[in-house]
Ligand binder design. Structure first.
Ligand code: 13P
Ligand code: SF4
Length: 302
């Protein structure tokens, strides 16, 4: 038996012992996706965290995702195997900065992308993910919206609403560096391919795309399409799932550099160790969790 096959067996045994489930984001390394109970985008994984049976959630993703799971399932033990896996965009806003913005715009609602810390969610009216940002923005009664922290997602939602969106100046360091020049190059190399991009991309890249979707939205579109070739404008971990679920399709990365180092910090050894030790455990102080839960649950009922 190879070393990794042995670790996979140990993980299966420990999962049973601990009554644990493994939630894995679409950007995770292939070996981690392959042992998932559920692989999905942020919205699917939040829903799973809120509704799944079991005592332990092993969250293979980054910190804000595990925090969201801990907020939604306060009675479960939530583990983040790669303790240092964070989202740089989530760190581009603090609760203090958001409080100041709210003072400056007292009539505005705050819509908060889930890629944010628990205390920023606690200051927000409602959360959104990349798959429901437009729906969430249009669901609030206020005409002005402070949209945090992703300016690209905020500007994307602005295309589909009459409300005035005030986007925060945060961005994803992986998606924001994809350029229109890369789109032209990929289109020239694959003239028959359909271009799908994530809404964390810059507006000038979104302008050139055929479809704009969350990670699971991209997978659904590719699987359902009659076309054969696709250019994928998001983090390249998604290509593993595309290959598994749509083996008859050819998917090319829009940018070979589109790799989120934080998402790649998880590995099989860390998953095994976290199940053995029930660490690193993610918890959120109760007062913050209670307020943040309101913002997340308002999104989930939509
Ligand atoms: P989704 O999976 O919700 O599309 O999110 C992308 C992302 O950047 C998560 O960090
Ligand atoms: Fe954050 Fe971007 Fe990495 Fe997602 S891909 S975790 S938004 S840095």
């Amino acid at each position: 038996m190879t070393g990794s096959a042995h670790i996979v067996e140990e993980i299966a045994r420990l999962k049973k012992e601990q009554n644990a489930i493994l939630l894995v984001h679409n950007y995770q390394p292939a070996e981690v996706q392959d042992i998932a109970d559920i692989t999905g985008d942020s919205l699917e994984l939040s829903r799973a965290a809120a509704t799944m049976e079991g005592d332990v959630i092993v969250f293979c993703g980054v910190d804000f995702m595990a925090e969201t799971a801990a907020i939604l399932s306060p009675n479960k033990t939530v583990l983040l195997p790669a303790e240092e896996a964070c989202c740089p965009m989530a760190q581009m806003i603090s609760a203090d900065e958001l409080r100041l913005a709210k003072e400056r715009h007292p009539d505005a609602a705050v819509v908060c992308y889930v890629n944010s810390s628990a205390d920023v969610k606690a200051e927000s009216d409602i959360c959104c993910t990349s798959s429901n940002a437009v729906k969430v923005v249009n669901s609030v009664k206020e005409d002005t919206i402070i949209f945090v922290p992703d300016r690209n997602l905020g500007q994307y939602a602005q295309r589909f609403t009459k409300k005035k969106i005030l986007p925060w100046e945060g961005f994803c360091i992986v998606h924001d560096r994809i350029t229109p020049a890369q789109v032209h190059e990929a289109r020239a190399a694959h003239p028959d391919a359909v271009l799908l991009v994530h809404p964390e991309c810059r507006p000038e890249v979104i302008d050139l795309a055929d479809h704009v979707e969350s990670t699971s939205g991209i997978i659904r579109q590719v699987c359902a399409s009659k076309k054969k070739e696709f250019i994928i404008g998001t983090e390249n971990g998604i290509l593993h799932r595309l290959k598994k679920e749509c083996p008859d399709k050819c998917c090319y990365p829009l940018s070979t550099d589109a790799i989120c180092r934080n998402m790649k910090k998880t590995n099989l050894t860390k998953v095994r160790d976290s199940l053995q030790t029930l660490r690193p455990r993610i918890t959120v102080p109760e007062d913050i969790a209670d307020r943040a839960r309101g913002a997340i649950e308002r999104m989930l009922v939509l």
